[in-house]
Design a protein around this ligand. Structure first.
Ligand code: HEM
Length: 170
């Protein structure tokens, strides 16, 4: 069990680092192009993947995702690394958007109507370490909900590349 947890963490880190190298190649003009293409940004923010349909059930469907998000947000608020980011925002709304976002990624019967990841996180000054802290808090919540590691890793693999829209570029 412990090894599986470590593996999940390593996978998330590896994906993140891989995506990071890629992101460094992205120029300012590419960022501008992405911003101008809202549809593309939205698709990247909630990338539906029919191959993940079997894992939607592992997460307990939409009800399971709602329960998961309660613990995820509680973890974020209890974590001194992430708490400052979430202290003064509408956490109920964010939980709602996260449920829809994860639900879409897992090919569930949902629609994501929130902001693109670039829009939602613009100007927040999120660093790489903050991103990793959030992933840890999500893993902790998924473990508490006994989400199988394979299902966890499938979701994390979809979230990891989003760092290029979320982490503030220097
Ligand atoms: C893969 C990682 C992440 C995902 C999938 C994600 C997802 C989301 C979603 C769906 C929203 C709501 C969008 C909307 O406003 O409609 C949101 C908002 C927000 N996120 Fe993230 N996020 C991630 C990483 C982070 C990190 C690392 C931080 C800070 C440590 C963070 C801080 C926030 C804050 C503060 C808001 C609210 C912004 C506002 O309402 O002004 N997020 N995120």
């Amino acid at each position: 069990m412990k090894n599986a947890f470590v593996y999940a963490g390593l996978l998330a880190s590896a994906l993140f680092l891989g995506a990071s190298a890629h992101a460094q190649q992205a120029s300012g003009s590419m960022q501008a192009m992405q911003d101008s293409s809202n549809a593309k940004a939205m698709a990247a923010s909630a990338p539906r993947d029919p191959a993940l349909k079997p894992y939607f059930a592992d997460f307990g469907g939409k009800a399971g995702l709602k329960a998961l998000m309660e613990d995820f947000m509680a973890n974020l608020m209890a974590d001194p690394r992430t708490q400052p980011f979430f202290a003064h925002v509408d956490r109920t709304r964010i939980k709602h958007e996260l449920v829809d976002q994860f639900c879409v990624i897992l090919d569930g019967p949902c629609t994501y109507t929130g902001a693109s990841m670039a829009q939602a996180h613009r100007g927040l000054g999120i660093k790489r370490a903050d991103f990793n802290a959030l992933v840890e808090d999500l893993q902790k919540a998924m473990n508490k909900h006994n989400i199988p590691f394979r299902a966890q890793n499938k979701l994390l693999a979809k979230l990891a590349p989003m760092h290029r829209d979320i982490v503030t570029k220097q």
